[in-house]
Design a binder for this molecule. Structure first.
Ligand SMILES: C[S@@+](CC[C@H](N)C(=O)[O-])C[C@H]1O[C@@H](n2cnc3c(N)ncnc32)[C@H](O)[C@@H]1O
Length: 460
């Protein structure tokens, strides 16, 4: 038989696959991000560098394609609902290898059988039969013509059909395909030099000495101050580079995030007070202050707000470590700013809005299978409510900035348009950001993530 999956052929599943199985199970049971679980369970493991790389590839691949893999697996099962979750986790790994990696199907089937055996010994026979059917089904994948059938197009890039339809409607077919393709590529690593604690010269020299030169990042004519692409990601493990992290001199942050943090700062005038809404764990807080120091020579009088207390606590700790001053770190609901800051306005309010995060799929591949159309409606509604609530807290002549890391129109341009057409938004006009009326980046090979941002000035 072609794919025996017997104990004599493969005594045990390989360490890389077992690690990927563990990651998949944790991601599923705890609704965790695969990247975070990999950082904890794979990066710090005793696996060889090759096994770590393969395990990471499998774990991220399965996270990004789980829905499509389940559809394929279910097509090959008599009663899909009878399959236990841990058996499905193991089948997904082999199905991913068979459907999306150019690997030998023999090895994938044998290893898949052993993986299933490791969690449910009695299911090994079933695994063998299912995986062999999957090898046969690959011939017909994506079960339709992607040129004429959106469901097949979605399957071929491992996207949910509703999302592929939405992307095609919002971006146009060509850009939607480019977006889906780029979303399945590895994410580049970008470094931000913390201008509060270091200089570009010091950081460049440290990476140079680690034989990992940094490349300055530009968006069109715009150079992003202190933003560099790391061409050799393993340099992050070097001692000199670890020291820079330990001393708060650099942080990892996507280039578009860095561009937004620079772009929301008004040129030529330092805001007297600045409120950052949706401040999370302080990444933009640090970038904002680092950019303020570069641009104005001193930090902002910065207030932050998030609705999660644990994030506010982390923000305070992290901002301190990176030397970023925070006048007051608040926890509260940004859709009701009157309750958090009664009778108080700011020279600038920046909303880093909660969004679907679809522009970051290379880093958080599982998002596409977790997010629903209802979530998109709710997120757009929250973004709009935050804008309306913030409008009353922007001083005359001050500005209101709004940013997301998604590409969907409903969360981006439509929310901003709805705000500008509302009673609260009538006092605002779009102003320039990063040389344009709207800042938006698209995914491409080695590009930044896809972000969106606008800045509006209060004219009356
Ligand atoms: C895009 S994330 C922020 C990322 C963060 N600025 C950073 O740079 O790491 C959006 C943040 O908005 C917060 N958030 C969501 N709903 C909120 C609300 N109603 N009021 C205040 N913050 C909210 C979330 O907790 C989340 O931290």
């Amino acid at each position: 038989m072609a794919y025996k999956g017997s104990r004599d052929r493969a005594a045990k599943a390989s360490p890389a696959r077992r690690a990927a199985l563990e990651v998949g199970a944790i991601v599923r049971t705890r609704s965790a991000y695969a990247q975070d679980v990999i950082a904890k369970h794979v990066d710090g493991s005793s696996l060889s560098p090759e096994d770590r790389a393969f395990s990471t590839k499998l774990a991220l691949g399965v996270a990004s394609s789980s829905g499509t893999l389940d559809e394929v697996i279910d097509r090959c099962l008599k009663s899909p609902s009878d399959i236990k979750s841990d058996v499905r986790d193991a089948l997904r790994i082999s199905a991913y290898e068979i459907m999306f990696l150019d690997k030998s199907p023999h090895a994938a089937v044998d290893q898949g059988v052993e993986l299933v055996r490791s969690v449910a010994p009695k299911a090994a026979g079933l695994a063998n039969a299912v995986l062999r059917k999957i090898v046969a089904a690959k011939q017909d994948f994506p079960f339709g013509d992607p040129a004429t059938d959106v469901a097949a197009l979605a399957r071929s890039y491992a996207f949910p059909e509703w999302l592929a339809r939405r992307l095609v409607a919002d971006l146009g077919l060509e850009s939607a395909v480019a977006f889906m393709e780029a979303s399945n590529e590895p994410a580049p690593v970008f470094i931000a030099v913390n201008g509060l604690k270091s200089s570009d010269e010091e950081v460049l020299a440290a990476f140079e000495s680690a034989s990992a030169p940094l490349r300055a990042v530009t968006f069109g004519a715009y150079a992003v101050a202190g933003c560099y692409r790391l061409e050799v990601p393993r340099a992050l493990q070097g001692e000199a580079v670890k020291r820079l992290f330990g001393e708060g001199k650099i942080l990892v942050s996507d280039a578009a995030s860095q561009m937004v943090a620079a772009g929301v700062l008004p040129k030529g005038r330092k805001p007297s007070t600045f409120l950052e809404v949706g401040a999370g764990r302080a990444t933009k807080t640090i970038l904002l202050q680092s950019n303020a120091k570069r641009l104005y020579g001193s930090q902002l009088d910065l207030y932050t707000l998030d609705n999660h207390e644990f994030k506010t606590n982390l923000l305070v700790e992290r901002a301190q470590r990176y030397g970023a001053a925070v006048a007051r770190a608040c926890t509260g609901d940004a859709t009701d700013l009157d309750a958090v800051f009664p009778d108080r306005s700011f020279d600038e309010v920046f909303i880093d809005a909660p969004c679907s995060g679809l522009g970051t799929l290379r880093r958080h591949p599982e998002i596409r299978w977790r997010i629903t159309e209802k979530d998109i409606d709710a997120l757009a509604e929250t973004g709009f409510a935050m804008l309306v609530s913030a409008a009353g807290h922007v001083a005359q002549g001050g500005s209101l900035a709004y940013a997301t890391c998604t590409v969907l129109r409903q969360e981006n341009a439509e929310t901003v348009k709805r705000f500008l057409e509302s009673e609260a938004g009538a006092a605002f006009e779009l102003d320039e950001i990063c040389g344009n009326r709207v800042f938006s980046t698209r995914l491409g090979s080695r590009s930044s993530d896809a972000h969106f941002a606008v800045r509006m000035v209060r004219t009356r």
